[in-house]
Ligand binder design. Sequence first.
Ligand SMILES: Nc1ncnc2c1ncn2[C@@H]1O[C@H](COP(=O)(O)OP(=O)(O)O)[C@@H](O)[C@H]1O
Ligand SMILES: Cc1ncc(COP(=O)(O)O)c(N)n1
Length: 253
Amino acid sequence: MTPPVVLTIAGSDSGGGAGIQADLKTFAALGAFGVSVITAVTAQNTLGVTAIHPIPIDVVAAQLDAVLDDFPLAAVKVGMIGDPAVAELILDRADRLPNLVVDPVLVATSGARLAETASVAPLVAYPCLLTPNRHEAAALVGRVIETAEEMAVAADELVGRGARAVVVTGSEGAVDVLRFDGTTEVLRGEPVRTENNHGSGCTFSSAIAVRLAAGDPVPTAVRNAKSYVTAALLGGRDWRLGDGPGPLDHFVF
Ligand SMILES: Nc1ncnc2c1ncn2[C@@H]1O[C@H](COP(=O)(O)OP(=O)(O)O)[C@@H](O)[C@H]1O
Ligand SMILES: Cc1ncc(COP(=O)(O)O)c(N)n1
């Protein structure tokens, strides 16, 4: 059977654990056919980011149009965009981008700054499914977020700005908060004791996109994606693929 096509619009991670590389592995692992629009090339490994080269906007647009002109997209995941012009491009083509999941990538797990808050601002007001981690949600609402209650208030505020649904993720504690359709759901996962969490956010948002493409309602897609990330974190727990926080085992199944 022909698989559903899922698009990632994101940056390349030379270390293979996050960005486009994590997205395409997640798509393949969960049964989707992945296509990609690369917005930036990062020189990166498990220890950090040493260079960022944004792709010129006309080349980003050409990639997007090449994909749109030939593939029936079932869902789209947006990761690192780096430049407000890319956000504007996505908004301009948004009526052809179904099941839009936006991970407002601002800071890498290693702490390196990957984008300015202003670059994702135009997308935050679009009715997409937003997946900020606690720190990204804090940058978007302009205050520190620590507790699940604060995550819920921030998610509600971001829905108020136009998002269709918001999941604020809590990293190691494995507690995420979903705000959708007027209700708040606190998702309590199994906390995995691991150093290897590089790309967990990219993997989570990509898995949500695949599950939406498969027809899951939003809360089911988010729960299924969370189970997949937990399994991939468990699978890669003992891997030693670099001196810093390593990647997940995307093909754990
Ligand atoms: N150590 C962990 N154990 C269990 N779940 C985790 C762990 N680290 C991250 N997660 C989960 O991975 C998903 C991605 O979240 P997060 O790591 O916060 O994203 P980001 O990479 O953007 O910081 C969330 O569902 C979060 O709860
Ligand atoms: C190119 C690129 N995109 C995104 C991330 C965020 O990774 P994480 O999922 O660990 O927050 C990254 N480190 N590099």
